[in-house]
Design a protein around this ligand. Structure first.
Ligand code: FES
Length: 158
């Protein structure tokens, strides 16, 4: 938890910095580990229940481990009609996990979302918050391959 201490030190152990602290913890670990929340609660003197309220209110936070890259497939009506379900099936085949799960190497998490308000871009996939409009299975395979290639060699060797 030394890294969590360093994050808290960077902002100062004050309530007004709690969201920024949690964002940095999320960025570092790809989720909010319970031990990290306990550390923040103790250092910032904020009830743990308040941290859980924040963590569950904002969907940028996750209480379960997420991959280095978070893939979200929209399954709202427009995206569903334009092939969102086929993209889900392609991802399940390609990554070997089901929606809501993380790959064994920790590189990818895969979730589905309901309409994100960009129906003209259907079928839409978001990867790490970036929009990939009019997604096809072929384009999705290419994006995954690019992300895999971009992974530092040290992490691949783990
Ligand atoms: S249904 Fe996918 S963005 Fe609206």
């Amino acid at each position: 938890m030394r890294e969590v201490e360093a994050i808290i030190e960077r902002y100062g152990a004050e309530r007004r910095h709690v969201i920024a602290i949690l964002q940095d913890i999320q960025a570092r670990f790809h989720y909010l580990p319970r031990e990290a929340l306990l550390e923040v609660a103790a250092r910032v003197r904020i009830p743990l229940i308040d941290l859980y309220s924040i963590a569950t209110f904002y969907n940028c936070f996750s209480l379960i481990p997420r991959g280095e890259h978070v893939i979200r497939v929209c399954l709202g009506t427009a995206c569903h009609l334009k092939g969102g379900t086929r993209l889900v099936e392609a991802l399940e085949r390609e990554l070997g996990v089901r929606q809501g799960e993380m790959t064994a190497d920790g590189q990818f998490s895969f979730e589905t979302v309901r309409c994100v308000g960009a129906c003209a871009l259907a079928p839409l996939v978001l990867i790490d918050g970036r929009y990939y409009p009019k997604m096809t299975q072929r384009k999705l395979t290419q994006v995954l391959a690019r992300l895999r290639r971009a992974r530092p060699a040290a992490e691949v060797a783990r």
